[in-house]
Design a protein around this ligand. Structure first.
Ligand SMILES: Cc1cc2nc3c(=O)[nH]c(=O)nc-3n(C[C@H](O)[C@H](O)[C@H](O)COP(=O)(O)O)c2cc1C
Length: 202
């Protein structure tokens, strides 16, 4: 994999060197129509499966819909808000990410379920990048609607969705999204997020 294949504006302009997969990952809003190979899609969830979790509870769950399965895809697409549905419904795969909020062992509340789900999705995302696939996560969804249409149990909480696919042509987006799609990615400075031994307001 050559990180230089990525649009130069999208490669992370890092202060210090990092792994090329981390540098290359970003969140596109346009995907090509190319489907995702079944085996590769399975590998992405295998990567998620091996994430660490509190008490090794593995509280992540995923509902997956491929574009070819129109019924399942439309059902899942209806969970997104209007803005996200506008761009994400072009993706070959949509995923709803859920947490199991109680421990398998004793039914107590698991306060770290969301933390662990995020970490599993991070694993999946970097595995995707290895296959030249891109993942765009979304908080803009209706958890209530997901609960109703999938008839979810009380201890299963829909948290986010994500779209997976190969990158598409930004020219198919409206002007504002096209501008975001091609502009450099920005981050806070390391000094603003990492503190040496003491809390620092900034
Ligand atoms: C938990 C989470 C929720 C997000 N929600 C949305 C969303 O609803 N819609 C959207 O277009 N992007 C969403 N994003 C994408 C972020 O805006 C994006 O990751 C951020 O701007 C950094 O850009 P990059 O991923 O390209 O580095 C979300 C990302 C995360 C991790």
């Amino acid at each position: 994999m050559q990180p230089t294949e990525e649009q130069p504006t999208k490669l992370a302009d890092t202060e210090y060197p990092i792994h090329e997969l981390l540098q290359k990952r970003w969140s596109p809003r346009v995907f090509s129509e190319k489907p995702i190979d079944d085996d590769i899609l399975t590998q992405l969830f295998e990567a998620a499966r091996w994430a660490p979790s509190s008490y090794n509870e593995q509280p992540w769950r995923f509902i997956v819909a491929r574009k070819e399965d129109q019924e399942a895809y439309s059902k899942l697409a209806s969970v997104m808000n209007e803005f996200n549905e506008g761009w994400a419904k072009g993706a070959p795969v949509l995923v709803l990410a859920l947490t199991k909020t109680t421990f398998d062992l004793d039914g107590r509340e698991n306060p770290h379920a969301a933390h662990d789900l995020g970490q599993a999705i991070a694993h999946l995302t970097f595995e995707a990048t290895r296959h030249d696939l891109y993942v765009h996560q979304m908080a803009g969804i209706s958890p209530e609607r997901a609960k109703n249409i999938y008839d979810l149990p009380e201890n299963i909480t829909p948290k986010t969705m994500f779209a997976i696919g190969h990158k598409g042509n930004p020219e198919s987006l409206d002007e504002k999204l096209q501008q975001q799609e091609t502009s450099p990615r920005k981050r806070k400075k390391l000094d603003n997020i990492v503190f040496d031994g003491e809390w620092k307001n900034n």
